[in-house]
Design a protein around this ligand. Structure first.
Ligand code: GAP
Length: 452
């Protein structure tokens, strides 16, 4: 990852229709991004690969898709209404707010958002002389205060003065806990088993930054594995191994991944680890979180809802509140890791360079591009269209590309990560063979159309 910069990735994503700044025609909106034509294909392929590995290929998992909006009490029960906050301080000169834990980290003082207000303020006071307001340069700040991250909505509020707002989810996984009993009652699943979901989450991040790394709207791919009390250790280790292997299976280089254990635990966790990825410009930082949540979630929902969420073993009739092992990854961070890992700049023999996204073929937004060698020769176009239609029927994500000369087409397809480029030339008209160029080696071979 050494010489690739985050700005190179942002530039490629914008230039090639992967990711756009949200609401850009109005000047953009912080922490919000839109996925373009190739971005949404890559995102959907990542989701499909994740779903296959975590639901389809597993006998002990089912998937759900819960509503974004939830009863307001869900966030009291989960602890987010009171305990889900970032430590913020305000510049007394220009009123800019800073995230105190992040400013401390930037000057190599170990801090995070899970510390108590008093702990953060002690560290802040010791280091005030080294922290400047990013806007006006002043060092005169208020003390650090916890700022809740939940985003409010006015759903169902027709008066405008509702003091029990329906929050948007601060974490997508609550939908899984709310449906635990439904799944037990309506499917043959027996503990130990898991529920997986890809769902939206929203956080009022004070300083959304670093492109898709820290956004205010995100999608989380979660697995929640329900186990018998005290049978958490094996399931936790297994979940960690499975997810690490999955990143290798989708082509992420192992040297760009590492484990980190949390020292300060979030309010719901008894143990927490992250898989960190070596993001360009940012270095190693959290990609996916692993939480040993014990019986916290189901106990809380049982207490607040009054509904019995105990599980009863159908054979022994033993009753207990299951413990939960969670894996949770933001798809934006996964997208950034996948694109960064695939991003390669190569020197060519003629002294020029090419940028190529060496994506795993299963993730590539376009699997194959089909081109006529020249676009002003009707006989080549007619033949190329026949090949294109046949390939599209066979592989789906196939692109017709007759824009610019052949060299430009190859550059464009390299940058969006298309594994194979097929060109129809004059020889095709004689012997029904085409050239197939490989993205990674740039080697071209001649193949019969029937063998494509
Ligand atoms: N349900 C557990 C949970 O939400 P988390 O560590 O707060 O735990 C899980 O978030 C994952 O969601 C993170 O590992 C990260 O990939 C992603 N994530 C969290 N906050 C994010 C943000 N502001 N922007 C983008 N992704 C984020």
């Amino acid at each position: 990852m050494s010489d690739v910069k985050l700005e190179d990735i942002v530039s490629l994503c914008k230039r090639r229709g992967f990711v756009y700044q949200g609401s850009v025609i109005y000047g953009g909106e912080a922490g919000l991004y839109d996925f373009g034509p190739y971005g949404v294909e890559l995102l959907n392929n990542m989701k499909a690969a994740w779903w296959k590995a975590n639901v389809r290929d597993r006998d002990d998992f089912v998937g759900i898709d819960s509503a974004i909006f939830k009863h307001p009490t869900v966030w009291d029960a989960s602890g987010h209404a009171t305990g889900f906050s970032d430590p913020l301080a305000e510049c007394k000169v220009c009123h800019t707010r800073i995230r105190v834990d992040k400013e401390l980290e930037a000057i190599d003082v170990t801090a995070d958002e899970k510390m108590s207000e008093a702990e953060i303020n002690t560290l802040f006071d010791e280091n005030r002389s080294k922290i400047k307001c990013p806007k006006c340069g002043s060092k005169d700040f208020t003390e650090s205060k916890a700022f809740n991250l939940l985003v409010k909505s006015n759903l169902g509020d027709f008066t405008g003065d509702n003091d029990r707002p329906v929050y948007l989810p601060g974490e997508a996984c609550q939908g899984i806990y709310l449906n635990f009993k439904n799944v037990v009652d309506t499917t043959p699943m027996k503990i130990p088993f898991g529920i997986a979901q890809i769902g939206k989450a929203f956080r009022n991040e004070i300083s959304p930054r670093n492109f898709l790394f820290r956004t205010r709207e995100m999608e989380q791919a979660d697995t929640q594995f329900f186990v018998k009390p005290n049978e958490n250790k094996y399931a936790y280790e297994k979940a960690k191994q499975n997810r690490w292997q999955w990143y290798l299976d989708i082509g992420i280089k192992e040297q760009n991944l590492r484990w980190k254990q949390h020292e300060n635990l979030v309010f719901y966790a008894a143990d927490a680890w992250d898989i960190e990825y070596n993001f360009p410009s940012l270095g190693f930082d959290e990609l996916e979180g692993f939480h040993d949540r014990t019986d916290y979630d189901l106990s809380q929902h049982m207490k607040f809802s009054g509904v019995d969420l105990n599980y009863q073993n159908p054979i022994t009739h033993e009753k207990y509140i299951p413990w939960i092992i969670e894996t949770s990854v933001g798809l934006g961070r996964m997208f950034l890791a996948v694109v960064s890992d695939a991003y390669t700049v190569e020197e060519l023999e003629n002294g020029e360079s090419r940028t190529v996204l060496k994506l795993h073929p299963d993730l590539a937004p376009v699997k194959m591009a089909v081109s006529p060698l020249l676009k002003n020769k009707p006989e080549l176009i007619e033949k190329a269209q026949l090949v294109y239609k046949a390939m599209k029927k066979k592989y789906g994500a196939v692109m017709w590309d007759d824009n610019g000369n052949i060299g430009k087409r190859y550059r464009r397809q390299d940058e969006i990560g298309t594994p194979k480029c097929v060109v129809i030339d004059f020889q095709t008209l004689e012997d029904d063979t085409v050239t197939v160029r490989d993205r990674d080696t740039t080697e071209q071979i001649r193949v019969s159309i029937t063998d494509l």
